[in-house]
Ligand binder design. Structure first.
Ligand code: ADP
Ligand code: MG
Length: 714
């Protein structure tokens, strides 16, 4: 009978010959507890022995792989007091000197007689061939044409050939694997069957067979994640009771008719997508992605008005007080004079057409106690229509009478639990719609994996009339002098300027100190900003001071705002045209792009100066990318290439290790294929009765089956 991976996930490694308690402990160090874990402990490298060179064939200056036996090994101290380990390695054809600097442990690793594989560049030294600091693999006595090298761990006391032997036994005893993926799907993508895939990933005859095996197993990993996400989504759509909003109505009409500009095509499109979700009785879970300045706030506000005009409440949750206040300010302006039916009176006098002002309240931790009491009361009895705030909105005491829509701005600053908590805030019994807005562009495939349970709308067009931002990398002192000159020039023309201070590790205290120092230096007599009206903003200022400084900048009383990254998110001062970022190489691409997005919001030409001297290749690549591109999505792709997916996954899936082989970067197209197949296979049956093997496997193998769940909690 064919084996399933689910069965093997239930069998401990101790069943294998030669795996006793000690070995099992070693395997546990590698996170291998079951036979399924072992089979998914994939080689990290393959040695293609057909490409091996004999020592006699080595040419100075060329990279090569040689396999030989250690003849002798010794260590000594160099004049600069470093350790040098010297080995002599021989194969049938000749001898090679190998030296390792600063790797004293090599002497123990490579006792005389050890068979080693060396990768490196051969060099001629005093007429003899030698390799310095080559990559070393120990493979034991392997004979195959292609040798698999497994990730090992000294602590586990297991070497590559131990692992290869255990895997071989496991595969032999497992026999044929049951196939959870329909034949049609395998055929569509030219995928090999699972039995072949496991055999060839571990012990391939050719590199091509290994590649085919990898494709299949990558597909399986991605498919499991996608199936889980799609199952959750379908399940929720079928079971949770949301609000079916009426999209057309007086508030929306009025708001649209008094907008001073035309909505962009992308805004209209996303509004239509959101409207369709709002009109449906299933709760919405939508991610609205849009670059900084793309006009997300407006889309959110229109959506919130849909909820309010139907007699429900809307909530807008922002990550910082500054941003919540900014939203409240802007939204109150836009909704000046708006009214809603007065429920209390209206019910008494049918048709009396009583109206009251639409009530917008701001709730943060600094809301005074009395006001806070009033607001909580209003949320509870439904007389507050729109609540804007920080995480104070999800404090225990807060309860809405009928929360219809929650908008979460700049999602990346929020924890999952907070989102879930906000959802659970309504006493009406129906689940509110949720719109998550983010200005951090996420590459499409990463979004599919990380946010696969959300529908995604993309605002990929900026409002017209924006002037491009010229970005410059300021590399030296002369450039810096010119930069401050340009800053003063802009101030002379009535524009305003942000100066962002170096990011210092994780320490807010150091960051504040650095901001204070920078401020003092720039404003000192003879300093670059001497004589200008300069404000200082950082996280350790009291709320009142912070607010006052922001107000002074907003109203134009300050020319320059020196700050830490507290201004990163959402601050909107159209008259600001220059963004100076000091020690710019310390920031990531996404953060730099966010910061840059604070300028270029008005009709004046804008500049972004990235000040940074000598830096690492990675830092250079980041700054180059910013200079070259203003497109957030393009930058996100570059970021993914530079950093790998770990950081993207990190936000939402800390410790997720479902993807052992698949890379969101390298296997982009497979993410999309897996998504397509998952949607097909789940269909409208989240239990997947027709694909039981796959459903079981998803349950058994995903590191934490509930991990994909957290957006939908509550
Ligand atoms: P985001 O939140 O996506 O960064 P905002 O919603 O803050 O962007 O919009 C940035 C600025 O653009 C705001 O001042 C807003 O009033 C303006 N804006 C939004 N939509 C349009 C539009 N269609 N035409 C012109 N200006 C717009
Ligand atoms: Mg915004």
């Amino acid at each position: 009978m064919a084996r399933t991976l689910t069965q093997l996930a239930g069998i401990g490694v101790e069943v294998l010959d030669g795996v006793g308690p000690a070995r099992a402990k070693g395997l546990a160090e590698l996170d291998i507890a079951t036979v399924a874990d072992l089979l998914q402990h994939y080689p990290r490298r393959y040695l293609d022995r057909t490409r091996e060179a004999s020592i006699a064939e080595l040419r100075p200056g060329e990279e090569a792989m040689v396999i030989g036996r250690v003849r002798s090994i010794s260590s000594r101290r160099t004049r600069s007091r470093k350790t040098m380990v010297l080995a002599e390695v021989a194969d049938g054809s000749g001898r090679l000197k190998v030296s390792f600097f600063n790797q004293p442990w090599r002497e123990r690793q490579l006792p005389s007689g050890t068979e080693v594989v060396l990768f490196g560049k051969a060099e001629e030294f005093r007429g003899r061939l030698q390799m310095t600091n080559p990559v070393v693999d120990l493979i034991g006595d392997r004979t195959g044409r292609i040798v698999s090298v497994y990730p090992q761990s000294a602590k586990a006391r297991l070497n590559s050939w131990d692992l290869a032997r255990m895997v071989a036994e496991a595969l032999r005893r497992a026999g044929t694997f049951a196939e959870p993926v329909p034949d049609g799907v395998l055929a569509r993508f030219g995928l090999v069957d699972r039995t072949t895939a496991f055999a060839d990933i571990h012990a391939p005859d050719t590199m091509a067979a290994k590649d085919a095996a990898r494709r299949r197993l990558v597909f399986d990993e991605l498919l499991r994640v996608q199936v889980r996400l799609v199952q959750r989504k379908v399940d929720l759509e079928q079971h949770a009771r949301g609000v079916a909003h009426v999209v057309e109505g007086p508030l929306v009409d009025r708001f649209r008719s008094q907008l001073p500009f035309v909505l962009t095509g992308a805004q209209e499109r996303t509004i239509a997508e959101i409207a369709a979700d709002l009109a449906s009785p299933a709760p919405m879970h939508r991610l609205l992605q849009g670059d900084v300045g793309a006009g997300k706030t407006l889309v959110a506000l229109l959506s919130l008005l849909v909820a309010v005009q139907g007699g429900h409440q809307g909530a807008l949750m922002a990550p910082t007080e500054v941003l919540a206040e900014q939203h409240a300010l802007g939204i109150r302006n836009l909704l000046e004079g708006f009214t809603v039916p007065d429920e209390a009176e209206g019910s008494l006098f049918e048709g009396a057409d009583m109206e009251r002002s639409l009530r917008v309240e701001l709730l943060t931790n600094r809301t005074p106690a009395a006001a806070r009491r009033r607001i909580l009361e209003g949320l509870g009895d439904g007389t507050v229509d729109l609540a804007i705030g920080t995480h104070a909105l999800i404090a225990d005491a807060v309860s809405f009478s009928s929360l219809g829509l929650v908008v979460i701005d700049e999602q990346h600053r929020f924890g999952v639990e907070q989102r879930a908590a906000l959802r659970a805030k309504t006493t009406s019994g129906s689940v509110p719609d949720v719109l998550v807005m983010t200005a951090t562009p996420i590459p499409r495939t990463a979004a599919m994996t990380v946010y696969g349970d959300l529908d995604v709308s993309v605002l990929d067009e900026k409002p017209p009339g924006r002037t491009p931002i010229t970005t410059e990398w300021v590399r030296d002192e002369a450039g810096e002098a010119a930069m401050w000159e340009a800053v003063r020039g802009q101030v002379a023309e009535g524009r305003q300027v942000y100066v962002v201070c170096p990011l210092i590790g994780e320490s807010e205290k150091l960051e504040v100190a650095s901001a204070e120092e920078t401020y003092a230096e720039l404003t000192a007599p003879g300093g670059a900003l001497d004589g200008l009206a300069v404000g200082l903003l950082h996280g350790r200022l009291g709320p009142a001071d912070k607010e006052q400084t922001m107000d002074l900048f907003r109203t134009g009383s300050l020319d320059v705002l020196v700050s830490t990254t507290v201004i990163e998110v959402g601050v909107d001062v159209p008259n600001a045209t220059v963004m100076v970022i000091l020690d710019a190489d310390r920031f990531g691409i996404a953060q730099l792009h966010q910061l840059r997005g604070r300028v270029g919001r008005g009709s004046h030409r804008s500049w972004c100066y990235l000040r940074s001297g000598e830096i690492s290749p990675d830092g250079s690549a980041r700054l180059d990318a910013l200079v070259r591109s203003e497109d957030g999505f393009e930058l996100a792709e570059i970021d993914l290439d530079l950093r790998g997916e770990g950081t993207i996954m990190g936000e939402r899936q800390k410790g997720r290790n479902d993807l052992k082989l698949a890379s969101l970067r390298r296997d982009r197209e497979w993410v999309e294929r897996a998504r397509e197949v998952a949607v097909e296979l789940v269909g409208d049956d989240p239990t997947m009765a027709d694909h039981q093997l796959l459903a079981d496997e998803v349950d058994a193998l995903l590191a934490d089956p509930d991990q994909a769940d957290f957006l939908l909690k509550g």
